[in-house]
Design a binder for this molecule. Structure first.
Ligand SMILES: NC(=O)c1ccc[n+]([C@@H]2O[C@H](COP(=O)([O-])OP(=O)(O)OC[C@H]3O[C@@H](n4cnc5c(N)ncnc54)[C@H](OP(=O)(O)O)[C@@H]3O)[C@@H](O)[C@H]2O)c1
Length: 244
């Protein structure tokens, strides 16, 4: 039986999720990865260059209210391995339309997928991590600078909600075993092959940031990790989420 710690990557098959899995494996952790179905599991393995070792996949709809909760129940029933860390990065919709043109359906899609998926992940996994009382648990989520820039209305509003979620989590987890941090991303990151085609940052490069978060220890708790330029991936910097 493995004695390595496990990171539960929620939204593992996406650009940021693939990067988180990459980081977790390179830092010596096992991974429990959410996948929608076997096709999305294969997509993840392909984007990791065929690597499967150290990864357990669990089929779940991250956007459903009970999806991640059902994974916790499977862990409690011994059907899937437990975890000590979480990286949440569910997302997708990115409509460029201005506020007055955002349809109700588009607004709901952005809030459901970009925000609710991560909120449900938090609500289901934090009680589990606190109950496990592992002394160095971490909970990390990825937000986008669109929430500050406000060029694209619906994505910006969903990121704004995530910023507030991160503020609440910082307050609520202050005196717990869980080291919560937000990775604030102002660069475009895609899976390696796609990034090479589009001239953006590769998931495997962005992985350095999560490795730094994992290694940072207690000095990085309740922080916003700023990734606004390429150099920020090498020299990771952060600011407190809540001003004292
Ligand atoms: N990529 C960037 O450069 C960037 C920059 C700033 C902020 N962010 C933030 O990081 C988060 C993740 O972004 P990303 O680029 O990794 O997104 P992504 O590539 O679209 O994937 C996100 C994950 O969410 C899942 N997902 C999407 N729609 C779903 C649905 N309807 N039902 C169930 N699962 C669904 C995807 O599953 P499938 O793989 O099965 O589709 C995937 O696992 C978002 O909040 C985004 O705003 C990303």
């Amino acid at each position: 039986m493995s004695t390595k710690e496990t990171i539960f990557v929620i939204g593992a098959t996406g650009n940021i999720g693939t990067s988180a899995v990459h980081a977790a494996l390179s830092a010596g952790y096992n991974v429990l990865a959410t996948v929608r179905n076997t096709d999305s599991a294969e997509k993840l393995f392909k984007n990791l260059g065929g690597r499967k070792e150290g990864i357990t996949t669990v089929e779940v709809d991250c956007v459903s209210e009970t999806g991640i909760k059902s994974v916790i129940e499977k862990i409690q029933d011994g059907k899937v391995p437990g975890f000590q860390h979480v990286y949440a990065c569910v997302g997708g919709p990115y409509s460029p339309l201005p506020l007055t043109e955002v349809t109700t359906q588009s607004l709901r899609d952005h809030m459901t997928i970009n925000f609710e998926g991560n909120f449900f992940a938090y609500r289901a996994t934090i009680p589990y991590l606190i109950a496990q009382a592992h002394p160095t648990s971490t909970w990390t989520m990825c937000t986008g600078s669109q929430g500050e820039i406000g060029e694209f209305a619906a994505p910006a509003m969903s990121q704004g909600a995530l910023f507030s979620l991160a503020n609440c989590a910082t307050q609520e987890l202050k005196n717990t075993n869980v080291r919560f941090n937000e990775v604030y991303l102002g660069l475009r990151v895609e899976t390696d092959e796609s990034a090479a085609l589009h001239g953006v940052v590769k998931a495997s490069e962005f992985a350095e940031v999560y490795v730094a978060v994992l290694k940072a220890g207690g000095g990085m708790k309740g922080q916003r990790v700023l990734v606004e330029k390429v150099e920020d991936m090498k020299n990771v910097r952060w600011v407190a989420k809540i001003k004292e």
